[in-house]
Design a protein around this ligand. Sequence first.
Ligand code: GLA
Length: 409
Amino acid sequence: MDESVAPSKPEGSLVVHKLSALFAELYGGHPAIYRAPGRVNLIGEHTDYNDGFVMPVALDLYTYVAVSPRADRRLRVYSENMSETCDVDLNLIRPGRSGHWSDYVRGVAGVLESSGYRLRGADLAIMSDVPLGSGLSSSAALEVSTAWALLGNSQITADRTTIAQMCQKAEHVYAETMCGIMDQFISCHGRVGHALMLDCRSLELELLPIPSHVRLMVCNTMVKHEHATGGYNTRRHECEEGFRVLAQALPGIRALRDVTRDELEKYAHRLSPVIYKRVRHVVTENDRVKEAASALETGDVAAFGRFMADSHRSLRDDYEVSTPELDLMVELANGQEGVYGARMTGGGFGGSTINLVDAAHAEKVQQRLDQNYEARTGLKPTILIREASDGAGAVGENPRETDAKGRSE
Ligand code: GLA
């Protein structure tokens, strides 16, 4: 049982009505509906797979899954966003990537089954308002909402952290992106009004209230990212290489998280210039997350913003995962009154930036960024002001009596 997270409220939103109607049209009957949020990361990038620290926020943008049981062991799945159906035989799921969106659904079902959760067959319909490929974790939202739906449909309970870990495994084994735990974890554990500081080694979390005068502004550069082909796995291998070399000099370390700045400088000559820069990013970023958390705790949003600026520079120059469009979006934000901080967010190679903006200036900043970015690039960006939301749960008009993690609704 996981009682520490406030239950999701049944929600009568438009998308829930649309999804119920779609489900009735496709399959007939009344489904149960589950949802899981996308995320934005305030600081702590490419640290999760180095056992480090991250500070994501679950956003009020969700993937919704409507589900009802079938008598056999089939999953019939319709994606509204893709306008496509796929069919999965629960007895015949094999690991491996096909490159199709259904890898995430098949992958989650495959990992749940191989973890010992015997699933019922199901009819599913999926709708998402997390923009795809925008760096806001649409894939984690799909994985986590699917897990909730499949478990709820099978009347199985599991705790949030276990679900996050199974969804991460699905991404490794079926999408072949060697992601860390951040995205799936925040999609399960998000809390309204809060950022979450997560120690990716111990999985201990600390909830940090976002001051009420601060707005989260998410700026999609409209340059899509693709992790599997975009260098994410390469960065991960570079970190492993840095760890391997440094562990020869520092036998006590278990991951790059254990390396201090002084130790890195002492053994820098053993690393190639590129690997040195990658490790420097990870080591300094972990320090920044901890310092930024202290700043947020004392309400010093201006100091938090300076750590965001340092984080962006480090991702651009040392980790080399930014793009000219992300850099421009950050530069344009930094020039605006009321902006505390701006940085790229997520894995990089395209996607979105996050700005922390004073509420009184938010609309003006939004308008200016929209105009200035388009004028400079010819691309029409999507600039959203969103709220920090709760993690995954059951929603809709007729949620089952318990949701997937055993919490009463
Ligand atoms: C992607 C991955 C996460 C994390 C970020 C970078 O979003 O899924 O695990 O590594 O990139 O911080």
